[in-house]
Design a protein around this ligand. Sequence first.
Ligand code: SF4
Ligand code: FES
Length: 370
Amino acid sequence: MSDPGTTGAPANPKPPMALLAELTYRCPLACPYCSNPTEMTGRKAELTVEQWADVFGQAAALGVLQVHISGGEPASRRDLEEITQAAVEAGLYTNLITSGVGLTAKRLKALDAAGLDHVQLSIQGVDAAAADEIGNYRGGFERKMAVAGWVREIGFPLTLNAVMHRRNLDRLEETIALAVELGARRLEVACVQFHGWATLNRGGLMPTREQAVRARDTVAAARERLRGVLVIDFVPPDYYARYPKACMGGWGSVGLNVTPDGQVLPCHAAASIEGMSFERVQDRGLKEIWRDSAAFNAFRGDAWMQEPCRSCERKTLDRGGCRCQAMAIAGDAAATDPTCSKSPHNAALRAAAEADAVSGAALIYRESPA
Ligand code: SF4
Ligand code: FES
């Protein structure tokens, strides 16, 4: 195959569209699939309301259109309402990503008054026993159902987010039915990605190949059946796929992430890449970090790619897959994503996934920092 040509990092990259604002790593739930890092900073290191307001202003000036307010559990911050208002005042579309635990009808009304645009509620299971086993938080399911009701009463558009894995994929039909029952406009069926804390739980959560195939068919049928009622986004389990997805839409292309203590990352798991350092909003402007920092430029263009990506006709589609997965499995962030069938690590990855899927390992629950 002929080399389709390579390009270096552009001097003036297009502006990002979305900012993931991780307000805190604190969380009352303990989901074993969490993508937050295993080493988490605590409350004392968190950015203040004023610092977040400055970040949002810089993000809007840079061209960001929407902010996903996340964590950890963002409602663990008592000043969530003020932070949300700061994002609204910066002119950003605001989406709150929450487990619902820590929200009350009163707080949701205050968020509405602050200008919040959209709520994305996570569900860990379709009933209390299933949900509370994963979140390791008794009463969490009832709380979510109450939050969904208040969200509906206030009139926020609601997206449900369901991380799917071996323990709940057989209940995907019920998950879709629950989304319809709760009046969600959109459901994200996100098969677990093994980043951060989740890497400790490959054995406890890895789906079987059969589950992966059934999930794809179930989603396809439901999309047809629920056309005009519910939009379903589907993130398939990539360890059984032929080609990887373009993680983050490409490194340093469409989004950026600010951590609770102000680090600016190209994706939520980037800090797992050994030898790479990331700048902080306290030290440098967001625009300069986006445009000029070594970390953001490391995997822009395609001159950094190795074979087989470098001469592959799909490289502009998937950008070589996920850098963090390449680091975690191949030990080299510039390697072809091992979930690609062309990767020299792919056979070992698939064998490990199939072994994990029958391992029966116990769950290792996420811990919350102080
Ligand atoms: Fe994508 Fe690289 Fe695989 Fe080609 S070889 S499909 S560019 S990951
Ligand atoms: Fe970091 Fe995919 S999660 S590039």
